[in-house]
Design a protein around this ligand. Structure first.
Ligand SMILES: Nc1nc2c(c(=O)[nH]1)N[C@H]1C(S)=C(S)[C@@H](COP(=O)(O)OP(=O)(O)OC[C@H]3O[C@@H](n4cnc5c(=O)[nH]c(N)nc54)[C@H](O)[C@@H]3O)O[C@H]1N2
Ligand SMILES: Nc1nc2c(c(=O)[nH]1)N[C@H]1C(S)=C(S)[C@@H](COP(=O)(O)OP(=O)(O)OC[C@H]3O[C@@H](n4cnc5c(=O)[nH]c(N)nc54)[C@H](O)[C@@H]3O)O[C@H]1N2
Ligand code: SF4
Ligand SMILES: [Mo]
Length: 739
């Protein structure tokens, strides 16, 4: 009989980062459960966690490199694949320069230290301005507003739910998404406990979501109307003398500028645009001000809009003006054990952030956080001239489905001189590649979250090792990226990859350790790869042992020795220590944001079309963006790619429950199954994203059997928030008829 074992493993499938207990017998997974002893997630798991078994076993998951020969993919050795990349990619760089190669990095990279920690090395080696990521389909507005206000891109406050008495949720559905820019496993349980002790949750959303059903109050909002609501609320705080900075007094700049800027936006003037009465706006502002432990939290619904950055800013402004930012029970800043820029350098002030250090070639979109808007990728490939993108590297990125107008991108990808995908599937995007290099199964990979402890409901440090050994000849993804970095830099990619890593780490350590470099490296030996980076970051981090200077401090060895992780306690106030603005204060009125208000005035003048329906997005518990529909345990059950329609609209439009609707825009049309639901506000329809698995050339047996439709095929890709470059993915006018 094969040997049985129990493993601890952090789930990489969403931001909740649950600790899982995985029981195995030989090479088989017998069970996957929430790890009860996990200090952070305490036994929580969702259906996706269980699907790690299916993912590990999925026959479609790539285990060997593929090379396209005469239009057909054939399996290849790693050496053959790298030789092909060398043969095809280097001439592009040699003839057309670094900007001719673009890179697109996708959502799973945020969950994989192998990708997240090593991608910067590849980007640097490429030296291209054309770096794109899922961030501009998602949270870039929040990162920009946080950067402008607090001085770093990842200083993002999260609700301190366990100690809160009022939480206002705007454009987020944590009951289904399991939280975003807020790492909060078991939101449901935490919300229930909070309400049982007298706390209140208010949800504002165009759809009465699962989160709204488990809240005390639900308010429908006009899609895209958030900026009006938020301005009306901020206006109310000044108008009714409710501003109380409390502990933040002396730590903010720009209060008078802010007061003047919001003066024109009375709730009465905002009501029509928001679809929320002036009285309700005022009451929300008063409740927030009058409740001692409270906060407002907004997520993707507030970001994927024209005014995403203004929304993200105004949400924090509300928390600041009511004294709830950085206060117990309010919106607080986590203090991560490793990798957080807001824990390094001089506490209390810094260089702040800059944007627009370069611009995209075709549209002139400014660089934000080192990236250009994903919406610009197609035009950069299509438009001839110096700097034209002729080669693309995608890394865990599926923009053909996840970005607007994937049909246009598909055509553009076919015109490239060379395309390389680092991906575990042959799917809608990677089918366009000339070479595909697969990563490991999550069960063969180690795990340490670089990003999410900076967004977590509680401070902690956790690590998990591989459950199964990987195949001997398959590289870890950091090795693949490190080797690629050498290749594009014109170095010998056949050299020892561990030594390449040694050289890169030595250079990084030298930058802060100077003469101590050798001593620091000796402390970290013999570790390599991500483990060495984690140990370095933990030990030099805010709880670290500082290589022996603080003997009780954290090391990776200690974290490894605690299978359920190490708890680092409740969130603590961090202002001014966390600030990295040049002023050393919170910037309440960044000029670029105030300037954007002029466009709010223009938007107020617009009259909505009387006939169009407004399309919004939706997430489903059993999905993860565009790539988990191939896992049988998630794919079973009723059709989930449905068009939700309010009963009155359905009657008016002649739509039947279970019938088919034709949804169209100038760009295209699709046919979707109708699901009539009183949860949706009148005039609004909802479709999930990440579907449309019927494109030729993919290898997704399960997903292609029930492909669903791609809502992003209706979006033109020209609409974005000009400040952050984020795409508009919700609140788009469509025509809906019975089919
Ligand atoms: N099960 C599952 N979980 C996931 C994912 C998944 O695909 N499936 N994806 C993961 C990812 S990558 C992310 S970024 C997170 C996102 O996490 P959340 O932000 O919680 O995601 P959504 O469920 O899309 O919630 C967005 C809400 O905004 C609402 N909305 C749409 N338009 C507007 C608007 O104009 N104004 C307002 N106020 N609300 C609006 C929608 O109705 C929806 O309820 O989820 C993560 N978790
Ligand atoms: N209309 C609409 N569109 C949206 C959204 C929306 O709400 N509405 N949400 C947006 C959001 S929030 C996001 S984050 C983006 C996500 O969009 P993307 O960043 O494109 O991410 P996914 O769709 O999750 O696709 C992930 C890709 O990574 C591959 N992959 C999975 N695991 C691994 C691995 O371990 N290694 C490698 N190398 N590859 C792997 C998968 O096969 C897949 O090709 O979608 C956005 N698109
Ligand atoms: S909530 Fe997210 S992290 Fe937790 S088990 Fe589900 S997919 Fe994994
Ligand atoms: Mo996302």
């Amino acid at each position: 009989m094969a040997e049985q074992a129990t493993h601890y493993r952090i789930c990489p499938l969403c931001e909740a980062c649950c600790g899982l207990e995985i029981r195995t017998e030989g090479a088989q997974v017998i069970s996957i459960r929430g790890a009860v002893d996990d200090v952070f997630s305490a036994g929580f798991i969702c259906p996706k966690g269980v699907s790690l078994k299916d993912l590990h076993e999925d026959p479609d998951r790539l285990r060997q490199p593929l090379i396209k020969r005469d239009g057909q993919f054939v399996t290849a050795t790693w050496d053959e694949a790298f030789s092909e990349i060398e043969r095809r990619l280097l001439p592009v760089i040699a003839s057309h320069g670094p900007d001719a190669v673009a890179a697109s990095i996708g959502n799973p990279a945020a969950h994989k230290i192998s990708l997240l920690a090593y991608f910067p090395r590849l980007a640097r080696a490429l030296g291209t301005r054309n770096v794109f990521s899922a961030s501009t389909l998602d949270q870039m507005p929040k990162q920009l507003s946080s950067g402008l206000m607090y001085g770093h891109w990842l200083s993002i406050p999260v609700p301190d739910l366990p100690r809160s008495d009022l939480l206002i949720i705007l454009g987020a559905n944590p009951m289904v998404s399991n939280g975003s820019l807020w790492t909060v496993p078991d939101y449901r349980g935490k919300a229930k406990a909070m309400r049982e002790r007298g706390g209140r949750i208010v949800v504002i959303d165009p759809r009465r979501t699962e989160t709204a059903h488990a809240a005390d109050e639900y308010l429908p909002i006009q899609p895209g109307g958030d900026v009006f609501l938020l301005l009306g609320m901020v206006h109310t705080l000044f108008d009714e003398n409710l501003v109380q900075l409390k502990h933040l007094a002396g730590h903010v700049n720009g209060l008078d500028d802010l007061r003047a800027a919001v003066a024109p936006y009375s709730p009465e003037r905002m009501a029509a645009g928001a679809g929320i009465t002036a009285e309700a706006q005022r009451r929300l502002a008063r409740d927030l001000a009058a409740t001692e432990r409270a906060s407002i939290y907004g997520r993707i619904g507030t970001c994927v809009q024209r005014f995403g950055t203004l929304n993200s800013w105004l949400i924090d402004v509300l928390n600041i003006l009511t004294g709830h930012l950085d206060a117990v029970g309010g919106a607080m800043f986590p203090k991560a054990a490793a990798f957080a820029a807001n824990t390094v350098g001089q506490p209390g002030s810094g260089r702040g952030i800059t944007t627009g250090r370069r611009a995209s070639r075709v549209s002139g979109a400014p660089e934000v956080f080192g990236e250009l808007p994903m919406n610009c990728l197609s035009e950069e490939i299509e438009t001839a001239g110096p700097g034209q993108v002729r080669a693309l590297i995608t890394i865990a990125s599926n923009p053909v489905l996840s970005a607007p107008n994937g049909q246009r991108l598909s055509k553009a990808l076919d015109s490239l001189d060379f395309m390389l995908s680092l991906d575990i599937y042959l799917n809608e995007t990677s089918r366009h590649a000339d070479v595909i290099l697969p990563g490991l199964s999550p069960l063969e990979d180690l795990h340490y979250d670089m990003a999410f402890p900076q967004l977590s409901w509680r401070n902690h440090a956790r690590f998990s090792g591989p459950v199964f050994a990987k195949a001997a000849d398959q590289p870890e993804e950091w090795e693949t990226i490190q080797r690629l970095a050498a290749l594009v830099a014109g170095q010998d990619w056949r050299a020892d990859v561990g030594e390449m890593d040694d050289a890169a780490v030595a250079a990084e350590v030298r930058r802060f350790a100077g003469a101590q470099t050798a001593a620091v490296l000796a402390h970290l030996a013999p570790q390599r790869g991500p483990e060495r980076l984690v140990d370095l970051a933990l030990r030099t981090g805010p709880y670290g042992d500082q290589f022996g200077l603080k003997p009780a401090g954290l090391t990776l060895a200690q974290v490894k020795a605690a299978p359920g992780g190490i708890d680092l306690g409740e969130l603590q106030p961090r202002v001014p220590e966390l600030l990295r603005t040049p002023s050393g204060r919170i910037e309440l009125a960044p000029p670029s944001l105030l300037a954007d208000l002029a466009f709010v005035d223009a938007a107020l003048e617009q009259t909505p079309s009387a006939t169009a329906m407004i399309l919004i997005g939706r997430r489903d518990m059993r999905s993860g963006n565009s790539w988990m529909h191939n896992l049988p345990v998630l794919a079973k059950g009723p059709e989930r790619c449905t068009l939700m329609v309010n009963p009155d609209d359905a009657e008016r439009l002649g739509l039947q429950n279970g019938g088919t609707a034709r949804v169209s825009t100038a760009l295209g049309e699709l046919l979707a199954q109708v699901a009539i639901s009183a949860d949706l506000m009148a005039g609004v329809v909802s479709l999930p994203h990440g579907w449309g698995h019927d494109l030729q050339g993919s290898r997704l047996q399960v997903a292609s059997a029930r492909p669903g439709v791609n809502m992003n095929a209706l979006l033109d890709g020209e609409q974005r928030d000009p400040l952050s470059g984020n795409a508009v993915l919700s609140g788009v006018a469509v025509s809906v008829t019975a089919a």
